[in-house]
Design a protein around this ligand. Structure first.
Ligand SMILES: [Mg+2]
Length: 418
């Protein structure tokens, strides 16, 4: 494996992205503590702040904090409703600006991306960072800032990127390593979830220095797969290529506004969420063999999975969802039901473009008809915009955006806002 002798990668992360987009677009919010909430509601105290501005963070607010706790810490906090359409537009505009300076290797999320450095950038990373920041400030606006990390590989660049937030630049040259890495908390290393971090703790590995000193084979055993070994090579500054990730699932979830948390309305919203997830799945040419329905209630979580005969068409997905709801109604009968969040997931996807035929199910003619119908509807909607044709009526919950909900892991595309 190759160990680069110079910096080769850049990682860029926008600072408090959602909140800064609001401040850029709405001048009266600039310099003020703001908290982004998922939907407009009179009972704001029962929801959570999903993102907050740096002014709110300075006052002790955190992302994903109950509104009432955030208001306790910062009584002057201004609550604004999320605008996924703004975030998407800002994302696209920012990507365009960055690509004018350096090609983007990969877009990691709506507010993070990575690049491979060219010769001139390796020689003068500060100049590249200044050009990027200047261009964004001039062409998009000075209220959207980013932090940039440079290192031998993407993982180190990502960790470096967090060192000097907001609006920082951190350069970790291979010659200076691993000193600066050892100063970081273990939680700065991406890809260590609660399960792994517990195993590491049990093994006496509690700092990045411990992790660095552990043998790669030992890390592989602790992880239970090759990712442990990859982690060792990554923190030692080797060139590590991201493994091609196969698509695991298509899903959508939504927190329901207070007053909309009964079974009938949750069922209605789940239909819209599934319709959107299925459309994304078709766009990427996948077929699903499994559908999940998730209900988060005050009294606990209810979920169930249903096998599907490798489908992608709307009627088949909606029929399966109906079955799941019948089961839910039966099992939840007699219990107090207040559904806070509803989610649907299409999973067990096969190879894109290939429908695995079920030998025991002679549904092919019918299935193909449904697929033709669904594809026609998709094409009509793509051509004329919005939902000119839908399967059943379309009534999104207050706050709208049934499927264009914000997510750090998925950049919504324009179609998701229909
Ligand atoms: Mg960010």
């Amino acid at each position: 494996m190759r160990k680069p002798e110079t910096i080769e990668r850049l990682y860029l992360d926008f600072d408090g992205f959602f909140a800064s987009v609001h401040q850029q677009i709405t001048p009266k919010l600039r310099g003020k503590p703001i908290g982004v909430i998922p939907f407009e509601t009179n009972a704001a105290s029962s929801t959570v702040v999903i993102a907050c501005s740096r002014e709110a963070k300075a006052a002790g607010c955190k992302n994903v904090m109950r509104v009432r706790d955030a208001l306790d810490r910062c009584p002057e906090l201004i609550l604004v409703t999320q605008r996924p359409d703004w975030y998407r537009r800002a994302h696209n505009a920012l990507i365009n600006e960055i690509e004018c300076e350096i090609p983007i290797e990969t877009i990691k999320s709506i507010d993070e991306l990575a690049c491979i450095l060219g010769k001139a950038d390796i020689a003068d990373p500060h100049d590249l960072a200044s050009r990027l920041k200047l261009r964004i400030a001039k062409n998009i606006g000075p209220y959207i800032t980013c932090s940039i990390g440079f290192a031998a590989n993407r993982l180190l660049a990502k960790i470096a990127c967090k060192v000097d937030k907001p609006n920082g630049v951190t350069i970790w040259r291979p010659d200076d390593m691993p000193g600066p890495l050892f100063k970081r908390p273990m939680s700065d290393i991406p890809g260590i979830g609660s399960k792994i971090s517990f195993r590491l703790m049990v093994a006496g590995i509690t700092t990045i220095e411990d992790l660095y000193a552990t043998q790669p084979k030992h890390l592989r055993a602790l992880w239970g797969n090759v990712n442990g070994e990859r982690m060792w090579y990554a923190i030692h500054g080797y060139e590590i290529f991201a493994q091609p990730t196969s698509r695991g699932m298509f899903g959508h979830g939504r927190v329901l506004p207070p007053g909309h948390r009964d079974i009938e309305r949750a069922k209605e919203y789940s239909r819209l969420l599934l319709s959107k997830a299925a459309r994304r799945m078709r766009r990427d040419a996948f077929f699903a063999k499994s559908l999940w329905l998730w209900l988060n209630m005050r009294s606990g979580v209810w979920y169930k999975q249903l096998e599907l005969p490798s489908v992608q068409d709307e009627p088949a997905c909606l029929a399966a969802l109906n079955k799941l709801w019948s089961l839910a109604k039966k099992e939840l009968a007699g219990r107090p039901v207040e559904i806070i969040r509803v989610g649907v997931t299409l999973s067990e996807l096969g190879e894109p473009g290939v429908r695995q035929l079920d030998m025991f199910l002679a549904d092919d003619d019918q299935r193909q008809q449904a697929e033709v119908l669904t594809n026609t509807v998709d094409r009509l909607n793509a051509k004329f915009g919005k939902r000119v044709v839908t399967f059943g009526h379309w009534s999104p919950p207050p706050g709208g955006y049934a499927g264009g909900k914000i997510s750090f892991n998925r950049i919504p595309s324009a179609e998701d806002f229909w």
